[in-house]
Design a protein around this ligand. Structure first.
Ligand SMILES: NC(=O)c1ccc[n+]([C@@H]2O[C@H](COP(=O)([O-])OP(=O)(O)OC[C@H]3O[C@@H](n4cnc5c(N)ncnc54)[C@H](OP(=O)(O)O)[C@@H]3O)[C@@H](O)[C@H]2O)c1
Length: 320
């Protein structure tokens, strides 16, 4: 199937990942319908300033829980990037927008005769599976165990697992071409003025002056490389099924050492406790599709410089 380059819809366009995929699509001359919940809100102002936004970006007011608003944004498009989902939250309320919201976007996509639907899932829909063999790297055949997510109250993992499995099943049932991408912890420069949850991991490391942290594995990917992965998943005719999207797998201590070597003047944790049992994910399938990623140092520097530039982050510089 040759996918024509044309008009596409991005849900959750004003968020961290949404903004970067909109920017990338505009740079490739796509016409973009972006959905936001409040187009006039200051937090979406950056979208209007993106290059080519004045000609090629149209923002639609839409809540994914409201079918009609979603359909209005999708109709006339060839492709959909479904990014919108609450992240992360410790409350059970994340499930409805993730699952029912995704179903609304899927139904509207079938109705609007969308050619390909790219779903932004998460490593959270892959990795929470205690029965996966301990010596085996987790690939796309591994799914988080929904019952285990429920009993451990991992509502975000459950929301992403249910939404992604629904999306792929829906695709099989209806013939809608659904491809999903499962990124792990996303860092990188912010385009938006508000601070999203995953960026807080690095911001807090610099701000909080933690004494002790758990030496757990961090699976990191740059937001710009995630946007490239989503575009590949959309544009490559042979793309199918799920794609894990992760670049660097390092322990918290190595993470701290790397950031510290670039920004030595913050107070970093001194003690690292041993983590429990952990698993690693592989992006081999995505790399075979043509995906590559930038050096980790670039992600750290561009992230921290963007937090500083945003000004509202108030990085607290601590001396030893
Ligand atoms: N950041 C990560 O480390 C990471 C890793 C793996 C996967 N992901 C996935 O990437 C996607 C984007 O996350 P992000 O990191 O960019 O977080 P974000 O900046 O918080 O973006 C979330 C977006 O979802 C929108 N949203 C939430 N509920 C909605 C609803 N009911 N109707 C319409 N829009 C709604 C938000 O819109 P408002 O601005 O109106 O609230 C926002 O634009 C999510 O699907 C997330 O699961 C993120």
């Amino acid at each position: 199937m040759a996918l024509e380059k044309a008009r596409v819809c991005v849900t959750g366009a004003g968020g961290f990942v949404g903004s970067w995929i909109v920017k990338l699509l505009l740079s490739k001359d796509y016409i973009v319908h972006g959905t936001v919940r409040e187009p006039s809100d200051e937090k979406n102002a950056h979208l209007y300033k993106l290059e080519k936004a004045s000609e090629n970006l149209k923002l639609f007011k839409a809540d994914v829980l409201d079918y009609n608003s979603v359909y209005s944004a999708i109709v006339g498009c060839t492709g959909v990037f479904h990014v919108a989902s609450p992240v992360p939250s410790t409350t059970v309320e994340v499930i409805e927008p993730a699952v029912k919201g995704t179903l609304n976007v899927l139904k509207a996509s079938v109705e609007a005769k969308i050619k390909r639907f790219v779903f932004v899932s998460s490593g959270a829909a892959v990795g929470l599976n205690p029965s996966w063999p301990k010596d085996r790297v987790m690939d796309e055949t591994c799914w988080s165990d929904k019952e285990y997510c429920r009993t451990t109250k991992n509502w975000y993992c459950l929301s992403k697992t249910e939404a992604e499995s629904e999306a792929l099943e829906f695709g099989k049932r209806t013939g809608l071409d659904v491809v999903s991408v499962c990124p792990t912890l996303i860092l990188g420069p912010l385009l938006q003025s508000t601070l999203n949850s995953s960026s807080l991991v690095l911001v807090k490391l610099l701000n909080e002056g933690y004494e002790t942290v758990e030496n757990k594995l961090r699976m990191i990917v740059d937001v710009r490389d995630v946007a490239e992965a989503l575009l590949l998943a959309y544009e490559k005719p042979e793309a199918e099924g799920r794609y894990i999207c992760t670049a660097y797998i390092i322990r918290a201590q190595e993470f701290v050492d790397k950031v510290k070597s670039i920004y030595p003047n913050y107070k970093y944790p001194k003690n690292f406790t041993e983590p429990g049992e952990e698993r690693v994910l592989t992006s081999e399938k995505l790399q075979k599709l043509g995906w590559s990623y930038r050096p980790l140092e670039e992600t750290f520097v561009d992230s921290v410089e963007s937090y500083k530039k945003a000004g509202n982050l108030k990085l607290r510089k601590l001396t030893f």
